[in-house]
Design a binder for this molecule. Sequence first.
Ligand code: FAD
Length: 364
Amino acid sequence: MSIGRGADGGLEFDRDLSFANTLALPSRAEHFWHARTESGVGDGLELANAHGWPITVLGGGSNLLLPPAIGGLTLRADIEGVAFRQGRGDRVHVEVGAGVGWHALVEACVGRELWGVENLALIPGLAGAAPIQNIGAYGVELADVIDWVELVDRRDARMQRLDRDACDLGYRDSVFKRELADQVVITRLGLTLSTRPRPQLDYGVLRERVAATPSARDVFEAVCAIRREKLPDPIRTPNAGSFFKNPLVTAAVASRLLRQLPSMPHYPQSDGQVKLAAGWLIDQCGLKGRREGAFGVHDRQALVLVHFGGGTLEGLLAFADKLVDAVRERFGVVLEREPRRVDASGIYTPETGVGAPTIRASDG
Ligand SMILES: Cc1cc2nc3c(=O)[nH]c(=O)nc-3n(C[C@H](O)[C@H](O)[C@H](O)COP(=O)(O)OP(=O)(O)OC[C@H]3O[C@@H](n4cnc5c(N)ncnc54)[C@H](O)[C@@H]3O)c2cc1C
């Protein structure tokens, strides 16, 4: 059921979200607000604040664990548009709406022979979510190209622009996961790309897959090919990408493990810590390809948990806990989950549409 659907979105009740999360977990939103402009985002926030509803912000649902029911208002900022502006020298400034698909943006940039995001091809989700965990792949992360983020503050529905430093981007981390967690809706991003070739080929097998002087499209295509070989397509095999972060351990812990396991992949970091490969650790526990009921560890990439259908969030978390326990027992390393678990805050009944709050005409 929906009310007030117009050019700028509207309110829907009891909306099925099983198609709006890449793990295909069964989930329903008590109230769902689909905004298509900044002012539409503001309207949705004001509506939620007026009713005292908790707010859940949803992007493409590729990094979220959804509960069977989400109370309050679930909001999506589907702001479209990509604009390119020539800057000084080889720089090109790109402004992108939060609702643009990340991969579509990468394709558009590569199509203009711009460098900077080609290694980030095929990362699912929307541009608006990219700063939340500072998306990264194949040695490149959003932090390398981002200039600013525009957002609407959830408490007073005011718009603001944060520059790159204020976003405080780190490994799968940002201010939006810490000080500003659950306080803002991102509406637009500004990136700076380059017309000058600057291939980043140091990670994994990328260099072997491209010519000595590749174009941005060559790198983009190589990344797409490698990802397709390694990662299950969420459309056919529901998953949320890497289920665990690659753990960071002290140099002393890494040395201890390397004495026992000299072939262990390890990546020393500039701050002295050492990053380990969570998938390798799970694989070493003999769990790659393990299936239990509705969930399993992917048989080509142990970092990815897949949903075979008919499962729930509870079942997925119980399965993931077994993997965490196995890795902790074998290596003494604690794996942290990467996708975010949404709280089912608010009291939810499937009949929410009945006796629902009155909606002002301007809300939709
Ligand atoms: C097959 C697969 C491969 C993946 N590979 C990678 C990879 O290589 N590298 C990588 O970094 N990630 C990867 N991911 C994870 C995921 O794609 C990224 O984290 C992506 O940025 C999530 O985007 P989304 O739109 O789906 O966000 P969602 O999952 O919908 O939301 C993620 C978080 O962002 C918040 N959020 C979403 N939109 C907004 C907004 N407009 N304003 C404020 N908050 C918002 C949500 O509340 C939530 O906390 C992969 C996922 C899958 C399924």
